[in-house]
Design a binder for this molecule. Sequence first.
Ligand SMILES: Cc1cc2nc3c(=O)[nH]c(=O)nc-3n(C[C@H](O)[C@H](O)[C@H](O)COP(=O)(O)OP(=O)(O)OC[C@H]3O[C@@H](n4cnc5c(N)ncnc54)[C@H](O)[C@@H]3O)c2cc1C
Length: 445
Amino acid sequence: METLHIIGGGMAGSEAAWQAAAMGVPVVLHEMRPGVGTFAHQTGNFAEMVCSNSFRSDDDERNAVGLLHWEMRAANGLIMQMADRHQLPAGGALAVDREAFSEAVTAALRSHPLISFADGEITDLPTDGHWIIATGPLTSGALAESIRAVTGAESLAFFDAIAPIVYADSIDETVAWRQSRYDKGETEEEQKAYLNCPMTRDQYEAFIDALLAAEKTAFHEGETAGYFDGCLPIEVMAERGRETLRFGPMKPIGLTNAHQPDVKPYAVVQLRRDNALGTLYNIVGFQTKMKYGAQTAVFRMIPGLENASFARLGGIHRNTFLNSPTLLDDRMRLRARPNLRFAGQITGVEGYVESAAMGLLAGRMAAAEILGRDLPPPGPDTAMGSLVHHITGGAEAKTFQPMNVNFGLFPPIEARGGRRGRKDRYKAYTDRAKETFSQWLAGQG
Ligand SMILES: Cc1cc2nc3c(=O)[nH]c(=O)nc-3n(C[C@H](O)[C@H](O)[C@H](O)COP(=O)(O)OP(=O)(O)OC[C@H]3O[C@@H](n4cnc5c(N)ncnc54)[C@H](O)[C@@H]3O)c2cc1C
């Protein structure tokens, strides 16, 4: 039988190796640590948690990441199995003893008879054989260059610039209006592609004060190498002058407030559709390094966003990731070289759990292919399926930025409005997902 090679023994590569081996396929796991390090990893263990020791919410009924836990447990995921075994008390979150966790993942992989190991850095994209590339946000420089040579320079980023994403149904459209600047676009849909939130002068000044005062996170040591001025955080733009944002992402020109056509806004915050479903909107140009708590408070000062629910908050990190919507097919294969699959954070998902989930899928898909079968992804109404559909097609390719799992990626279910309605809706999402995911698993025998 042919061998599956996996580059990177992080969250995704470890899970991929485990899944493929469980299907009877021999695996070689290539890992460069500890010989070659990164600025964030400290050990030579597999599945090292580079920062927080939390896998976030474990609520599989009303939380999308908790649902992803459920799906990974149902699929015998190694990462979840070891996380459960080394869990620490953390309220509703799944926090773990990081050392015991990664040692346990390492021991499980090392004792699997079908998994062998090749130490050292892979510097070039392989040309033949079955491969999964799961080298993560800190993919080594040589390999990144080799990937760029195949995908094109524009298609592999070295930093993310994440603007906050808001659930469309939490935007107050009695305040915000739909219009593209200067009504640009051929179709009515394009001419109304943006949601606009108007600000008076007082509101703008208060917003700038809040931005300047907000608590910020710092870059990790070593993280800024190669960081460039093109994706400045909004608070840094505000620091350069109180008017900078009004002449940048918040400029009010070319827009007429549909609710108050006679009143010229002093500044305008624009939100742009972020997914094909139209359930998510990103705040244009609002990448930020404000702390999460501060972001929520500051962004809810924007008229129309007072009750905004955030699918994802903003950030800027050192992060190597592909423009997956243009490069990968729905089996996670590089269209230009289908013998290469990608998995984990490099595909443009964000977080330990999401990365491991993409490893789980890629591992199963690659093993199925070696066994002469085709494994389609789970439906878009599951957590795993919603993520893979988003990165391989549902997301806007032009503005693609890493995504964490959230209910905005799911095909909507109508339910009663209001706060209570949202909770009911989440339960309906998770019930539907569990059924679809169970069927997907059952279909694999
Ligand atoms: C500084 C930092 C902090 C983060 N903090 C968090 C957090 O708190 N919570 C969270 O959920 N997510 C966090 N993330 C995001 C992300 O979820 C994690 O990085 C996660 O580990 C990604 O999983 P992965 O398998 O894709 O990559 P990784 O877990 O990084 O695994 C990739 C592996 O590939 C290896 N590798 C790289 N290049 C090569 C090569 N050329 N040849 C051989 N091996 C190679 C690396 O050594 C590594 O072991 C953070 C990311 C960074 C960079």
